[in-house]
Design a protein. Structure first.
Length: 357
């Protein structure tokens, strides 16, 4: 299948490599064109790690060109770029052209459907709770693919009869048998553990980031950091319970995604580090661990918690502390939630707390 990959960061590059390896035709589009210039000039995309090889994805010069002839659109940009990317693609989407959001943040699926309404019938929109691949971009032609996840939660809207099975079949054909269909978007919204995990990791190692030190992530998830991650996870699980949805625990996530051993988060992290599966941690304050995950991950969880009257003091403190540390108002930086015009309807229907169903 021909897949329009909208973005040109680490996830976009790793996804392009995976699709090309498996016989599909990825087409990369970067709004600025800077990250795809070398590939457009003929340089191969070099993937290393969990995917290894040289690949030649097509490069588009515009969103319209990327989407023209594509069987699927694949959104692979950070949360802070979702709104701009959605606005760039909705005029050019076909009703028969499914859109995969990898990974879903801050109800951007709803924003896409809302914006599309001005142009005609909506395509099928598939939201993943996290990415299939993890990795880091190394220069403009190389990506280190750290991991390919064994399980990824997903949901689909509009929720017509048979839509779930159709979406599952599509994702499986592209990326293999690794998807778990979830009925409610609330489950997807609360399945992305990156915001809570990255908060604990970044907050407890912020001076390392600010000083530009080289440090390894799992080796520095100590007992204290692990306990903070577990406490944040208990808050997230309480919110999920209030909405009547089941989500993976922190420990289940690390077992399924990384085959990590151990009963505590610190033990699981140590097992990954000892196995040689450690990854370089952020060496700058300008890291998506904060600038994406706080406004577009933690803050929506706080909003869901407040709507369900569930206390999440650590999530709230995380948003406030990171805002103070950075001298920014991270809650106000979320440009998607305020733009969704009917959040009250969401709360009344399939995102309503279980007590009101």
């Amino acid at each position: 299948m021909r897949v329009a990959i909208l973005g040109a960061g680490s996830i976009a590059f790793a996804t392009a490599a995976m699709l090309a390896r498996d016989g599909h035709q990825p087409v990369l589009w970067s709004p600025s064109g800077r990250r795809t210039a070398a590939l457009a000039a003929g340089a191969p995309l070099q993937a290393r790690g969990a995917i290894d090889g040289l690949f030649h994805p097509a490069i588009a010069q515009s969103s319209a060109e990327a989407l023209a002839g594509a069987d699927v659109a694949y959104l692979a940009v950070p949360g802070y770029a979702h709104r701009a990317m959605i606005e760039a693609i909705v005029p050019h989407l076909r009703p028969d052209q499914p859109v995969v959001i990898s990974s879903h943040m801050s109800f951007s699926m709803l924003y896409l459907l809302q914006q599309r309404a001005a142009y005609g019938p909506a395509p099928q929109v598939i939201a993943w709770g996290t990415t299939v691949v993890t990795g880091r971009q190394i220069g403009l032609t190389e990506v280190m693919v750290s991991n390919i996840r064994a399980k990824v939660d997903m949901t689909v809207l509009p929720s017509a009869a048979g839509a779930g099975a159709e979406a599952m079949a599509l994702c499986t054909a592209l990326f293999g048998d690794r998807f778990v269909l979830r009925e409610h978007l609330a489950a997807i919204a609360l399945s992305n553990l990156n915001p809570q995990n990255h908060l604990a990791i970044a907050l407890c190692n912020l001076t390392r980031m600010e000083k530009g030190e080289h440090w390894l992530q799992y080796a520095n998830i100590t007992g204290a950091v692990g306990r903070l991650m577990e406490a944040l996870d208990r808050e997230r699980l309480a919110v999920a319970d209030a909405y009547g949805v089941s989500v993976k625990t922190l420990h289940e996530h690390f077992r399924l995604s990384f085959a990590a051993d151990g009963a505590t988060m610190a033990e699981q992290a140590a097992s990954l580090s000892a196995r040689g599966n450690d990854v370089a941690a952020p060496a700058t304050l300008d890291s998506r661990y904060v600038t994406e995950d706080v406004p577009f991950g933690l803050w929506p969880t706080v909003c869901l918690a407040e709507a369900a009257d569930v206390p999440v003091p650590l999530h709230i403190a995380g948003v406030e502390m990171m805002s103070a540390l950075y001298g920014r108002d991270f809650a106000a930086e979320n440009d998607i939630l305020p733009a969704i015009t009917d959040l009250s309807a969401i709360q009344r229907s399939w995102l309503s707390p279980a007590s009101s169903l």
